[in-house]
Design a binder for this molecule. Structure first.
Ligand code: 5GP
Length: 111
């Protein structure tokens, strides 16, 4: 099912883009919880990490490489967190796979 992120990919909703190629888009989170809070998403509609299939693995690898590049670009390569929420109990709100790249402050314990 399409989400607000599909509208962002199509340009129907504006976003503060920081990276884009044919397969991946990254943009600033609208409600940042850290000085650097980026969202890295595949353009392919994949609802969550649990739905990733073996054919998507190169896409996931590419998302990680994009995260590495953005961490450098935003000056947080020495300390950042790359997380994805999977499912309602984890706090997932948008059911289009995304990695949160968080940095720029001391990050607390996971919980
Ligand atoms: P989740 O809770 O699903 O892991 O994270 C969804 C994230 O998407 C949240 O951090 C939220 O602030 C962000 N978000 C939701 N709607 C929009 C939007 O329209 N634009 C942007 N840039 N971020 C959004």
């Amino acid at each position: 099912m399409s989400t607000i992120f599909s509208k962002i990919i199509k340009g129907e909703i504006p976003s503060d883009k920081v990276f884009e190629n044919e397969r991946i888009l990254a943009f600033k989170d609208i409600n940042p919880v850290a000085p650097v809070h980026l969202l890295i998403i595949p353009k392919k509609e994949i609802p969550d990490l649990q739905s990733v299939s073996s054919e998507d693995l190169s896409l996931i690898s590419e998302m990680v490489v994009v995260a590495q590049q953005l961490a450098k670009e935003f000056g947080v390569e020495d300390g950042y967190r790359l997380i994805t929420n999977n499912g309602v109990p984890s706090g997932q709100q948008v059911f289009h796979l995304h990695f949160h790249l968080l940095g720029g402050r001391k990050l607390g314990a996971l919980g």
